[in-house]
Ligand binder design. Structure first.
Ligand code: NAP
Length: 260
């Protein structure tokens, strides 16, 4: 059976852990050579690379803070030297600091804007000239249901950055469509990762249980649930899909009506 992204080159940001890790492994299993980006956890990123290679795939770890444009550019240059090009960009790297209007810390706000919002722009700007030249590209941005407006406490600035990711997805798609590049977003619900457990605070399992009860499927998500959706949007099966936001949240019942 042919693999779904065979021969493609993918850059997955924030691929050392969580959703990014699962996505890098899934794309590699389906035939892509993968650039495993990380910010700090080089050892974790190298483990992902080892796992890809053990399965017969190609990968390398590339450290770069996506919030810094120069670092992103040199990572992309390195990737092009190693693998020749980038066909698939998955803008997954993201951080979440708690805060509301009255409590948010400005340094935390700036960091979230740099990583969650500017990171998407930096990576997009670095990879798209090559995609335009080849008239082929797939960009998948990881937004969040927070970007549509959830009531989860203490996530106001995070939600704002994710709303921006949804808007950037549509604007990139508009700009890049004539060049044969699709741009879509995935809005995950609660996914069991380090970020989710940190957001859950003290009693993680109780919080995850409460979130699971809000989903029609009565569970929280796993990183692989998002990886499969990314794979679809990154594959040629999705070649006529652009500017879309796919929600992958197990069916949140609290979004069905305004009356709760
Ligand atoms: P996670 O487990 O906290 O992992 C975050 C990843 O991003 C790590 O690989 C981390 O690298 C990397 N990263 C952080 N800052 C970075 C930077 N400045 N430059 C490059 N990489 C950076 O997070 P996750 O839950 O998998 O989240 C992945 C994405 O899904 C995020 O965009 C998040 O907002 C979104 N999301 C998550 C959930 C959820 O419930 N988990 C829900 C909706 C949306 P290091 O390991 O080197 O630190």
């Amino acid at each position: 059976m042919s693999r779904r992204v065979d021969g493609k080159v993918a850059l997955v940001t924030g691929a050392s852990r969580g959703v990014g890790r699962a996505t890098a492994l899934r794309l590699a299993r389906e035939g892509a050579a993968v650039v495993v980006n990380y910010a700090q956890r080089e050892k974790d990123a190298r483990q992902v690379v080892d796992e890809v290679r053990a399965g017969g795939g190609e990968a390398f770890a590339a450290g770069a803070d996506v919030g810094r444009e120069a670092a992103v550019r040199s990572m992309v240059e390195q990737a092009v030297r190693r693998f020749g090009r980038i066909d698939i960009l998955v803008n997954n790297a993201g951080i979440s600091h708690p805060g509301n209007l009255l409590t948010l810390d400005e340094a935390a706000l700036d960091e979230m804007i740099a990583v969650n919002l500017k990171g998407v722009i930096h990576c997009g700007r670095a990879v798209t000239p090559g995609m335009i030249e080849r008239r082929y590209g797939r960009i998948v941005n990881i937004a969040s249901i927070a970007g549509f407006g959830t009531a989860l406490a203490d996530t106001t600035p995070y939600a704002a950055t994710k709303a921006a990711v949804i808007t950037l997805t549509k604007r990139f798609a508009l700009e890049l469509g004539p060049h044969g590049i699709t741009v879509n977003a995935i809005s995950p619900g609660f996914i069991r990762t380090d970020m989710a457990t940190a957001m859950a605070g003290g009693d993680t399992e109780a919080m995850l249980d409460a979130v699971a009860r809000k989903a029609m499927l009565r569970r929280v998500g796993l990183p692989e649930d998002i990886a499969y959706a990314v794979l679809f949007l990154a594959s040629d099966e999705a070649s006529f899909i652009s500017a879309q936001v796919l929600t992958v949240d197990g069916g949140r019942m609290d979004f069905l009506s305004h009356s709760g």
